[in-house]
Ligand binder design. Structure first.
Ligand code: HPA
Length: 284
């Protein structure tokens, strides 16, 4: 069941972080499974472990470091989540998405979300990067919606629109950076499940039929909460494995595979993100 959080909960967490950072964040960045490394490049960083921040949960997943890193990256003041929270860890969706509202309260008007995802689109291969154009929040549709419960009007409306979650100007900018740097970039629809299990072949075929290109266990909820709070959103999925759609396949997906593929993708994802941030630095 979702626990309703009062505005004071977000304020208390933000106040704690505010007192420990030198740069007021303009951009929030969530680094998914195996992608934490990028935060090592942040200059003049303040590092705050989640366990110290009031009301923050802790990451329990291998590959998720579990700290906020606030500093300068490519000329932009960023607040980076090195590791995120997931519904499958047992946290209610409101707690999973709490850091997004805290980043918004810290001053970030823009959220960049990254994740590890399984490729559903038959054209996708392990190692691809997919620009999220839209999402299917299947976990949310099934009841695990982060905006369930009393609406906090000081964040956004009771019934938010969802047809422009992934900001068109950020998608255009990312497409330009990818083209300019000759970085291959897929585009598609991300679908969020609750996890923690990977999908059965029948489920993979069903999800594909629903119109999804990549499947994962995060992101849609965070993106929706950010959009609700008036933040611009950019989403990037790294395809760490190809979802298995037939019973006869001998292999099987594993978290180790996801983390290993993440390590291979990190340099390309980092280059793309640094290119995007460099462009944003002159626009923010
Ligand atoms: N399914 C769901 N979540 C995932 C996958 C997958 O195949 N790969 C990485 N995260």
């Amino acid at each position: 069941m979702n626990t309703p959080y009062a505005s004071s909960v977000y304020e208390e967490a933000a106040a704690f972080v505010r007192g420990r950072i030198r740069h007021q964040p303009q951009v929030g960045l969530i680094l998914g499974s195996g992608l934490s490394e990028l935060a090592d490049q942040i200059a003049d960083a303040n590092i705050i472990p989640y366990a110290k921040i009031p009301h923050f949960p802790v990451s329990t997943v291998a590959g998720h470091v579990g700290q906020l890193v606030v500093g300068q990256l490519a000329g932009v003041a960023v607040c980076v989540m090195q590791g995120r929270f997931h519904y499958y860890e047992g946290y209610p969706m409101q707690q999973v998405t709490l850091p997004v509202r805290v980043m918004q309260r810290l001053g970030a008007n823009l959220l960049i979300v990254t994740n590890a995802a399984g490729g559903l689109n038959p054209a996708f291969a392990t190692g691809d990067i997919m620009l999220i154009e839209d999402h299917i929040n299947l976990a949310g549709m099934a009841g695990a919606n982060p905006l369930r419960g009393p609406n906090l009007e000081d964040f956004g409306p009771r019934f938010p629109a969802a047809n422009h979650i992934y900001t068109p100007r950020l998608r255009a900018l990312t497409n330009e950076v990818a083209a300019h740097t000759a970085t291959p970039l897929r585009r598609g629809v991300y679908l969020q499940l609750s996890g923690p299990n990977f999908e059965s072949p029948a489920e993979v075929r069903m999800l594909r039929g629903l119109g999804a290109d990549a499947v994962g266990m995060s992101t849609a909820a965070e993106a929706m909460v950010a959009h609700h709070a008036g933040m611009e959103v950019l989403g990037l999925s790294t395809i760490t494995n190809v979802a298995i759609d037939h019973l006869e396949a001998t292999g099987q997906p594993s978290h180790q595979e996801v983390v290993e593929a993440g390590a291979v993708i990190v340099p390309r994802l980092s280059a793309l993100l640094l290119g995007v941030l460099t462009r944003l630095a002159s626009l923010l």
